[in-house]
Design a protein around this ligand. Structure first.
Ligand code: DHK
Length: 143
């Protein structure tokens, strides 16, 4: 059985679709989950979202034991969480950091990412379609 691609989503992404649609688009979290599963073809995908840092760290630990790759949109935790960075440091597979928006074009508090220190690659600014691109890229990395 192929090791799953973990697609992890941080705080407020459960509100996608209604959350600042001019910035984040109209696709819902269920839509982006579908984009990931379509891009993965039959490859297993574990798709998760939480507003809790502890949950996300728990899922990274789960991926350390069972996963082949991690696609992570840490949302606001990107700029605050050394704990998530420390957890990702223990993961031996590829890590793709994903942002719906181009964080470097936004307010200065969105410019410094802790996750970029460990990520294999960073995708930012492609909108919800970025989930499809990230998953398709991860599929190539884990195969
Ligand atoms: C999502 C968020 O929730 C923000 O905190 C980030 C990121 C950007 C995104 O573009 O997906 O700044």
């Amino acid at each position: 059985m192929a090791k799953a691609i973990y697609v992890l989503n941080g705080p407020n992404l459960n509100r996608l679709g209604t959350r600042e649609p001019a910035i984040y688009g109209k696709a819902t979290l269920a839509d982006v989950e579908r984009y990931c599963r379509e891009a993965a073809g039959g490859h297993p995908v574990e798709f998760r979202q939480s507003n809790s840092e502890a949950d996300i760290i728990g899922w990274i630990h789960e991926a350390i034991d069972n996963g082949g790759g991690i696609v992570i949109n840490p949302a606001a935790f990107t700029f605050t969480s050394i704990a998530i960075l420390d957890a990702l440091k223990m993961f031996e597979g590829p890590i793709i950091e994903l942002h719906i928006t181009n964080i470097h074009k936004r307010e200065p508090y969105y410019h410094h990412s802790y996750v970029s220190k460990i990520a294999t690659a960073v995708i930012a600014g492609l909108g919800p379609e970025g989930y499809r691109v990230a998953t398709a890229s991860m599929l190539k990395l884990v195969k």
